[in-house]
Ligand binder design. Structure first.
Ligand SMILES: *[C@@H]1O[C@H](CO)[C@@H](O)[C@H](O)[C@H]1NC(C)=O
Ligand SMILES: *[C@@H]1O[C@H](CO)[C@@H](O)[C@H](O)[C@H]1NC(C)=O
Ligand SMILES: *[C@@H]1O[C@H](CO)[C@@H](O)[C@H](O)[C@H]1NC(C)=O
Ligand SMILES: *[C@@H]1O[C@H](CO)[C@@H](O)[C@H](O)[C@H]1NC(C)=O
Ligand SMILES: *[C@@H]1O[C@H](CO)[C@@H](O)[C@H](O)[C@H]1NC(C)=O
Ligand SMILES: *[C@@H]1O[C@H](CO)[C@@H](O)[C@H](O)[C@H]1NC(C)=O
Length: 508
């Protein structure tokens, strides 16, 4: 009845609901952050919300996965077959409804992009990005809401070093931490020479404990700037040493032995030597949403995890990963926004993925999970912030934010840095050289220069996401597990303190 009425009236065409099928190919399991198991509720909740908001859009959604494949590599090997069979069984590009691919992406996204280009299908990634996205002859339908600054992993730190005129850095990577740190390590290594000399140290915290005294001894002769790429529990371990070991900065007398009776105080003191680089600022202010908005979404994601066995995380043992969920939510929301506004255009063809993708380029979208700024290629501009520790509030204070223009990574100052009550970070090399042997120094005073050689070190810490405990990291001695990056493990600290006490006894 309605249909025949609509045939008679052109006006009616625009008010006819648009049927849309969203397909999300992805790997299941816990091998990466971008699995369906971890990010699925981000899609599900968004699709449900969009159904309620847009009466003119009829969304269907399917996860395309193979439960017996749980590794990114194996999934990438299988996805071509999985996706193309599914697509052609549904009638291909002549199927009953337009199909859009909105997905997280582990290793398979460049392959999916090739299919999307060949099928002229809109392709939105929410967990991956690649330089090929900028080549619109190869990626005509690709749009990205991923909040990881993949393209800038190296530049984030390189830029910071250059800004500070730091020409040497000591880079420490825990190979057993999240894989992203390894990517950062590799990207930075490619980039820094010749302007910054980097000493690269890798270790596996699960295999063998880091020999921190030896590390610090080596560090002290190479630079005063350390970039630490590891979990919070490893960092805490390191910090205890930095704070209490009478080496190499004993003369400052800033860190005291008294702090021993209260672990948090030790770490609190040590935090003052840190700069935090938050690679994905997923706090409400970083996302430009209210806390209430984010909390509402979080509650829905939690419910989805707890009620749907498909996500395999019903006890929430695996902490929901907000940046991933937020990016997935945003991917669906921007799609709904663009489709809704496009339906008002007479020449809108929902099956033309190329034309549809262009409707996203160079635009800013407000979504319930954050502001999405897309550049002229349809790539999301990530939000990275650098903060120092405010000893008064026990909180992080952002003083730099990424400012990416035309694909160039830079920082813009939003405040001035405060570091041990001063307004400057130290240079990477002490005035009198690392071992106090610079000619100009001893010539100057005639006294052993060692005493002048006591300035503190800066430890630059990469945080993946600043959503969960940022601001309360110290008070946030959460859960027992040392594997979760933000967990500050009191047990580890105790062990470190005990072995430190032994070390001190030997030294005395
Ligand atoms: C799922 O993966 C398994 C193992 O690789 C394979 O044997 C099976 O055929 C796959 N199923 C589908 C539907 O592709
Ligand atoms: C870095 O060096 C330049 C040129 O020598 C100088 O203008 C600038 O103030 C220095 N920056 C810092 C943070 O020391
Ligand atoms: C959908 O688009 C119409 C027309 O452009 C607009 O008036 C309406 O506010 C949009 N709906 C929503 C929920 O944004
Ligand atoms: C620390 O935070 C307090 C309260 O917001 C502020 O008054 C103070 O200026 C901050 N200190 C530094 C060094 O940023
Ligand atoms: C960001 O960079 C642009 C171009 O380099 C510059 O004009 C703008 O002032 C910068 N914004 C901030 C906040 O630093
Ligand atoms: C920094 O200044 C505050 C207030 O002037 C003082 O209480 C604190 O001890 C100072 N901290 C350091 C590390 O000098």
């Amino acid at each position: 009845m309605i249909w025949s009425h609509c045939l008679a009236s052109l006006l009616c065409l625009t008010s006819k609901p648009l049927d849309v099928l969203i397909v999300t190919p992805g790997v299941t399991g816990f091998s990466a952050t971008a699995t369906i198991t971890r990010a699925g509720p981000g899609f599900e909740v968004a699709v449900d919300n969009m159904k309620a908001i847009y009466k003119n859009l009829v969304f269907s959604h399917v996860f395309l996965t193979n439960l017996s494949i749980t590794s990114c590599g194996a999934f990438a090997d299988n996805v071509a077959h999985l996706l193309s069979r599914w697509f052609y069984e549904r009638g291909g590009d002549r199927g009953p409804t337009p199909i859009y691919m909105v997905t997280t992406g582990c290793f398979e996204y460049t392959l999916l992009n090739q299919f999307a280009a060949a099928w002229n299908m809109l392709f939105i990634t929410t967990g991956s990005s690649d330089p090929v996205l900028r080549d619109k002859s190869k990626s005509p339908t690709w749009v990205n809401t991923n909040s990881y600054p993949n393209m800038f992993f190296g530049h984030i730190f390189y830029r910071l070093f250059l800004m500070q005129n730091w020409t040497s850095v000591y880079v420490v990577l825990d190979l057993d931490s999240i894989p992203i740190y390894q990517l950062v390590f590799g990207a930075l290594d490619k980039l820094v020479r010749p302007r910054v000399r980097a000493v690269n140290i890798q270790y596996s915290s699960r295999k063998v404990a880091l020999d921190i005294p030896a590390l610090l001894e080596s560090f002290a002769t190479k630079s005063r700037v350390m970039l630490f790429l590891g979990s919070a529990s490893q960092l805490r371990l390191l910090l205890v040493f930095i704070a209490v070991v009478p080496f190499p900065y004993k003369a400052q007398g800033i860190f005291t032995w008294q702090a021993f009776d209260q672990n948090d105080e030790i770490v609190r003191a040590a935090y003052r030597s840190l700069l935090f680089v938050t690679m994905v600022d997923a706090s409400p202010s970083g996302l430009h949403v209210t806390k209430a908005q984010l909390d509402e979404l979080k509650a829905k994601w939690t419910t989805a995890f707890q009620t749907n066995p498909f996500y395999g995380n019903q006890d929430l043992m695996d902490e929901p990963f907000i940046p991933q969920l937020a990016a997935a939510n945003a991917g669906i929301e921007v799609l709904a926004q663009v489709l809704n506004e496009s339906m008002a255009d007479a020449d809108f063809d929902p099956r033309n993925g190329r034309a549809l993708a262009r409707r996203f380029f160079s635009r800013t979208f407000e979504t319930s999970s954050g502001r999405i700024i897309l550049d002229q290629f349809g790539d999301r501009t990530p939000s990275v912030s650098v903060s120092y520790f405010n000893d008064t509030t026990g909180d992080f204070q952002v003083y730099l934010r990424s400012n990416i223009t035309n694909g160039d990574y830079d920082y813009g100052a939003v405040g001035s840095v405060s570091w041990f009550n001063g307004s400057q970070l130290p240079p990477n090399e002490p005035m009198c050289g690392f071992i106090g042997d610079k000619v100009e120094c001893s010539a100057l005073t005639g006294t052993p220069a060692k005493h002048l050689n006591t300035a503190l070190a800066v430890v630059v810490v990469a945080l993946l996401a600043g959503s969960i405990c940022l601001g309360v990291l110290i008070r946030c001695i959460v859960k027992g597990s040392g594997n979760i990056w933000w967990a500050l493990n009191g047990g580890l600290l105790e062990a470190a303190a005990a072995s430190q006490a032994k070390l001190a006894a030997v030294n005395v």
